[in-house]
Design a protein around this ligand. Structure first.
Ligand code: WAQ
Ligand code: MG
Length: 272
């Protein structure tokens, strides 16, 4: 699916979003992009197909929203991509805890994050957690905060796919997660983000900060596990409403692309 932004700088841009829920209203999947008007129908079809063939189950209801952007998107450069060298879930969790501590996140906040990621029902959005106290800061704790109005230009998309291909990770899932992580890392007040897919067959997550970049975490959960989620750590004293405003209401598009590397051992990872 080609996402676009460059083709005609002044052409109207649209946010196209999909949200699918199961019979009990439970979250199944969501995805979105920013597109010029000429490919909106193609994008809507692509997202509908995705909702209809999801590993979390058949949706009872799928909504597609097409919304004209009223302000031009902020251009961002994608975070640097690496993959942690790890051989099991224990090693991965240990690394995550080590890195989060090094970036100044308290043990209490780290435990609170793992509590969210291992809760029985997956949230639709991300939890915001105070990096010091570990308290939840998002106004709606059942829903969390949604990063929305985000996309990637067709040129940046092609560049990234080329950079990701040598590591066999040139997939829509990686592109979308990287786009979301890039938007989150650029948000006011954000120290780090930790992500675990809620798809039972996808066991690679990521940990991202502006300085660390996007660090992929294999074996972040066991195969078959339906639990997952995202936690955004906010610095103490940050204004959560400024973070929410950036994440939910400010359109961003990745127009430039950062470096992509292969697997790295923990000793090679510096956080500052
Ligand atoms: N805004 C905030 N939180 C979201 C959003 C969003 N737009 N979309 C999903 N979430 C939350 C929600 O709680 C989901 O349950 C959770 O994240 C996981 O979403 O190999 O597939 O779409 O480099 O299942 C990351 C690794 C894959 C990719 C992430 O997440 C790689 C993934 P999923
Ligand atoms: Mg999912």
């Amino acid at each position: 699916m080609s996402s676009n932004g460059d083709r005609s700088e002044r052409a109207a841009l649209f946010s196209v979003r999909m949200h699918a829920t199961g019979p009990g209203g439970q979250h199944i999947s969501g995805a979105e992009g920013i597109f010029p008007g000429s490919v909106v129908d193609e994008a809507a079809r692509y997202y509908t197909e995705r909702a209809m063939s999801h590993s979390r189950g058949a949706p009872a209801k799928t909504s597609i929203t097409v919304e004209a952007l009223i302000q031009p998107p902020v251009a961002l450069c994608s975070l640097r991509v690496r993959t942690l060298e790890s051989s099991d879930t224990q090693e991965t969790e240990h690394t995550i805890r080590t890195i989060l501590e090094r970036v100044g996140i308290s043990l209490r906040a780290i435990d609170s994050a793992f509590g969210v990621l291992r809760a029985e029902s997956a949230m639709r959005g991300a939890a915001m957690v105070c990096a010091r106290e570990g308290k939840r800061l998002d106004p709606d704790r059942a829903r969390g905060v949604r990063a929305s109005l985000l996309g990637i230009s067709s040129r940046a998309r092609a560049n990234l796919l080329r950079k990701l291909a040598p590591y066999s990770i040139a997939t829509d899932r990686v592109l979308e997660a990287l786009t979301l992580a890039t938007k989150v890392a650029a948000a006011p007040g954000v120290v780090a983000e930790l992500c675990v897919s809620d798809d039972p067959d996808y066991t690679t997550g990521y940990l991202a900060t502006k300085a660390l970049g996007y660090l992929r975490m294999p074996f972040i959960k066991p195969e078959g596990d339906l639990r997952g989620g995202r936690v955004i750590f906010l610095s103490e004293g940050a204004d959560p409403s400024a973070t929410v405003s950036w994440l939910e209401h400010t359109p961003v598009i990745m127009k430039r692309t950062g470096k992509v590397h292969g697997p790295v051992p923990i000793r090679k990872i510096t956080v500052l």
